[in-house]
Unconditional design. Structure first.
Length: 123
């Protein structure tokens, strides 16, 4: 029973506001969706990982010199990228409480990576 009590509950929230939004079946019909035929590869892509506490304060990475953390704890199964949010939050030292995690997916282009970013400025 104790293991069941400590089992993490993972819910999807808005990545900007961290608010939970529940949709009715009628809403789901109105929301368009599309399946992208892309292949995620660690040689051409990377995932930035951030963690926040219950009050939406960033707790990972905490070092102000580190802009983002390059996540390595994922699997690619039949072309789908599988994330492990409970394991990720445990790996950074948290196991009790409510936390928010965000994952940003990027493709390396023009020799960019997690430390070298390029921005397009329009005039």
């Amino acid at each position: 029973m104790a293991e069941e009590k400590n089992k993490p509950i993972i819910i999807q929230v808005d990545p900007t506001t961290f608010e939970f939004q529940q949709y009715t079946e009628e809403d789901n019909i109105l929301i368009s969706s599309s399946r992208l035929d892309t292949a995620f590869s660690s040689s051409t892509d990377y995932i930035e990982y951030y963690a926040y506490d219950e009050n939406q304060n960033q707790i990972y990475p905490l070092d102000p010199n580190v802009r983002a953390f390059d996540l390595k704890n994922y699997s690619v199964i039949e072309g789908d990228t599988c994330l492990y949010p409970a394991g990720d939050i445990n790996n950074i030292g948290y196991d009790v409480g409510k936390y928010f995690s965000t994952y940003n997916f990027y493709r390396k282009t023009l020799a960019s990576d997690i430390n070298i970013n390029y921005y397009i400025r329009w005039r």
